[in-house]
Each structure stands twice: as structure tokens, then as C-alpha cells.
Design a protein around this ligand. Structure first.
Ligand SMILES: [Zn+2]
Length: 368
């Protein structure tokens, strides 16, 4: 069977390794492809801030000024193992050779956006002003999006091509995310001779954890302890425990409340046993919620309807560049490209979804 243009591009793209912070070769290829199509292409100094080897890629194509500009985005990096990816096309499905990820997260998005722009340019299709942001280091904390220069964009709305689910999947809500790191310091003592002189940091931490609400809190809130670290000889009452936890919620108030509940549990336990507590909290990203009647979602619905793709609007439990775009005043949703089983070696995408993603990107660019 003959390979479509977008499939060929995708297969080339995934063979250019771009693990987080090492996106340079791939960023240059994509920038070059866009430049050849006549777009104004720029980069920035996000490399330094993210400790990566290249910056974000921006591209701009002027269009009919009576239509609102739209920002198209996807991320350049992949998770490991992402070197020497050997894509295999089999029965309409693309997968890796089994020892790496495929990289459809997020090169399905990038290939689709580049393909749609190619068709717009080569076939002179009337189109809206098009802006592109291909970000670095999304997988290691949305770093490229955090260091993006938002003043370069005219667009007040963006579509991030970066989700599982068939084309037609629209993610209009994502949780905010906070991280808590805490160190409990008790007092060391000989465990056999004078344990009463010590304060066991493990006992204190365990007491705190039993009073924490964790895991599924409610429909839109979760909390988890990922690190509970203490190590020492059995004959010494342990002096230190280090804990790290995260909280997520679609509701900003619940996010704060849940974070507070965890800290309060730590404080109470430390007070009870007279241990010392040091902690930090950090907001990784804020939640967002785009109403279902928002013009951006209506536009997506119209485009999907014209192409015959069933639409499903849903929330997600994970963060993406859209969280950062929304926090920077660009109304954004994430859409499904058909990537599946991401972040593992069984990752795959169907050729049909790949082609449909490009069709949807084109439909969104066209004036209508
Ligand atoms: Zn992704």
C-alpha cells in the first residue's frame, strides 16, 4: 500500500531522536521544514533555562485578517527510551520495534500540523492567520511552555495536539498540580541503651501519614505520597525522614485545601512528638476549565462534524502545555491524535488517526 505524505513525514520524524532536553536535531529539522514552506520561524533562549540543547520553535503564517488567529501546538520531546526508534507499519498500525517508545507522543501532533500547513501553502487554500509553538522538554515539567515568550503570539486561543483517544477527543479540563517536600527531624539515640532519649522520625512520619487523606479524594481530586525515605542502622533511633507528595485537583480551592490537609497532618505529628518539620510547597501548574459552549470548542465541533469524526469532550487527570497556555491568557484545549499506550514500548498509533489528525488540523486552519 502506498504511504500517505503525513505518514512518511511521521516515520522520518520519529527516527530523529529527541528525548527531553536533547531536542536539537529534531527542532532543526522541523524549523527547516516550516521555513521551506515559507513561514517565519524563530527560536528563543528556553534552552538555558530548561538546561536543554535547543529552544522552542515558533512559526508564523499570515492569513485572512478577518479570521481570528489560532495557535497550533505540540511538543518536540519524547520520554526515554527514545533513541534509535525503528518504526514499523503493520496492518494500518505504526509501532516501534519493541525496545523504544514510538514517539507518536507527540510527533503525531507535529507531523499533522506540518502536513496541514504544507497543504495550505502548496494548494493555496484560503486560511486564517496561523501561529505554531513546538515546545521543548514538556515531559520533564512543561518547561518549554513555561519559558515560552507569549508576547510573540497574536492568538488568544490554542489547540494542543497531545492526547490519547481518537481524533475528535477534546480535553476541556485538566487539574492543577502541587508538590510538597518535607523533612522531619527527630533525635538520634542508642536504640538499645537509651531509646527514650531519642525521637524516631519514622514514628513521627508514620503518624502523620496515617492522618493524611490520600489517593482518590473525590471525583476531581487526588493525592499521593511518592517518597518516604529513611535509612539507618537498626541500633540507632532514626533522626531523619524525607517525604514527597503531590496533589491534583480540577478545583483550585480543593487543591489548596488538600495540600493544607497534608501539611497539617505533618505539623500535628511533629508537635505531638516534638520533632522538627521543614517543608516546601510548589505549584507545578494551575488547573483550567474551558466551557463546552466556548467558541474554541464549537469550532472544533464544527470541523469534526464536517469530517465525520465523532466528538467527545472530557476532562483529564494529567497536565499538559495547555495548562501553561491557559495560565498565560491563551484559551487552550488539548485534542486526541490517536496516540495510544504512551510512555512505554508498546506505544502505537493507527495510520487512520495520523491522517485524520492532519485533516482536522487543515480544517481548523481553513477559513470557514
Ligand atoms: Zn505528550
Amino acid at each position: 500500500m502506498e504511504q500517505s505524505h503525513v505518514l512518511k513525514t511521521f516515520l522520518e520524524y520519529v527516527q530523529i531522536a529527541s528525548e527531553s532536553r536533547s531536542e536539537k536535531a529534531f527542532a532543526e529539522r522541523v524549523a527547516n521544514d516550516l521555513r521551506k514552506l515559507g513561514l517565519r520561524v524563530e527560536t528563543d533562549n528556553a534552552a538555558e533555562k530548561a538546561h536543554a540543547n535547543t529552544g522552542n520553535v515558533y512559526a508564523f503564517l499570515e492569513g485572512d485578517p478577518s479570521f481570528e488567529p489560532l495557535l497550533f501546538s505540540a511538543h518536540l520531546d519524547t520520554v526515554p527510551p527514545g533513541k534509535d526508534i525503528c518504526p514499523i507499519v503493520e496492518n494500518g498500525v505504526v509501532h516501534s520495534a519493541g525496545d523504544t517508545v514510538l514517539g507518536s507522543d507527540d510527533k503525531s501532533g507535529i507531523a499533522a500540523i506540518v502536513e496541514a500547513i504544507r497543504l495550505i501553502v502548496e494548494q493555496r487554500i484560503p486560511h486564517r492567520p496561523i501561529e505554531v509553538a513546538f515546545t521543548i522538554s514538556e515531559e520533564v515539567g512543561l518547561l518549554g511552555a513555561k519559558y515560552l515568550n507569549y508576547s510573540r503570539f497574536q492568538s488568544r486561543q490554542a489547540i494542543v495536539f497531545d492526547n490519547e483517544g481518537d481524533v475528535g477527543t477534546i480535553v476541556n479540563q485538566a487539574p492543577g498540580h502541587m508538590e510538597i517536600e518535607a523533612t522531619i527531624t527527630g533525635k538520634a539515640a542508642h536504640a538499645g541503651v537509651a531509646p527514650e532519649d531519642g525521637i524516631s522520625a519514622i514514628v513521627v512520619a508514620a503518624d502523620a501519614v496515617t492522618h493524611m487523606q490520600l489517593l482518590r479524594i473525590d471525583q476531581e481530586t487526588t493525592a499521593n505520597i511518592g517518597t518516604f525515605h529513611a535509612e539507618g542502622p537498626n541500633n540507632i533511633v532514626p533522626k531523619t525522614v524525607r517525604l514527597a507528595a503531590e496533589v491534583r485537583s480540577l478545583d483550585p480551592q480543593k487543591l489548596q485545601r488538600q495540600c493544607h490537609q497534608i501539611i497539617e497532618s505533618l505539623q500535628n505529628a511533629c508537635r505531638k512528638y516534638q520533632a522538627d518539620l521543614r517543608y516546601t510547597t510548589e505549584t507545578s501548574y494551575d488547573s483550567y476549565r474551558i466551557p463546552e459552549d466556548d467558541p474554541l470548542i464549537l469550532l472544533l465541533r464544527d470541523c469534526c462534524a464536517d469530517l465525520g469524526f465523532p466528538v467527545s469532550v472530557c476532562p483529564t487527570g494529567g497536565g499538559s502545555d495547555a495548562n501553561i497556555f491557559n495560565a498565560n491568557g491563551i484559551r487552550s484545549v488539548v485534542i486526541g491524535t490517536g496516540m495510544e499506550k504512551i510512555h512505554g514500548v508498546s506505544e502505537y498509533i493507527t495510520v487512520e488517526n495520523l491522517e485524520n489528525t492532519a485533516k482536522l488540523a487543515l480544517e481548523l486552519m481553513k477559513t470557514r
